[in-house]
Design a protein around this ligand. Sequence first.
Ligand SMILES: Nc1ncnc2c1ncn2[C@@H]1O[C@H](COP(=O)(O)OP(=O)(O)O)[C@@H](O)[C@H]1O
Ligand SMILES: [Mg+2]
Length: 225
Amino acid sequence: MARHLLEVKGLCKWYGKYQVLKDLDFEVEKGSFVVIMGKSGSGKTTLLNILGLLDGFEKGSYIFNGQNVAKMGENQRCLFRNSHIGFIFQQFYLIESLTVAQNIELPMLYHGGYTAGERIDMVKESLQAVELENKFKSYPNELSGGQQQRISIARALVNNSDLILADEPTGALDWKTGLKIIDILVKLNRQNKTIIMVTHDGDLRKYATHCVFLRDGVFTGEDDL
Ligand SMILES: Nc1ncnc2c1ncn2[C@@H]1O[C@H](COP(=O)(O)OP(=O)(O)O)[C@@H](O)[C@H]1O
Ligand SMILES: [Mg+2]
């Protein structure tokens, strides 16, 4: 087994003529909690979307768990993303017309191969991890913002993903509620889940096992917040 969960070399990304990521080298060890910091517009979301196979890139290599991501076709990439990667976004992106349980179940439905009974068990297990078992039948709009974010964490966990990617997960929450979210991520990391979190909140770096700074698409290694 490779020691690194993922390895990026010489990664470049352009939006038209604008180069947003410039020759990035990046390795993430299994079980680490990486925090990517940088000002707005520095390329954090773009990098996270590439790492999460939501977006492509023009130059460089990306190896995830020993597999060359650039060589995958679209179908394979979707399948790979669904079975290995969970996402948490600033705006939660829960589906309002579905219950909490149905929202969490979605990645398993896309994945296929689980019985209804298995799906319910896995939803319950994920809800336990975020301490919201009692919200199984609730709808997202019956929950607070912090609870909705915890549900989105449960959704990211449900497929037993190897990697959780979080893009400003506390950005829409007040400080205290945000800390509860970070608490959960730290707990998951202690259970050996690999986490990459983007934030521009300098206070959050202390929770990381590794911290990198991005400025105008380049890793600077230093703090310019
Ligand atoms: N889809 C896109 N098309 C063109 N430019 C984009 C697109 N997405 C982001 N950008 C530009 O790329 C730069 C980095 O954006 P982003 O990755 O969202 O940064 P961050 O998450 O650090 O704020 C910004 O200048 C932004 O305007
Ligand atoms: Mg962003």
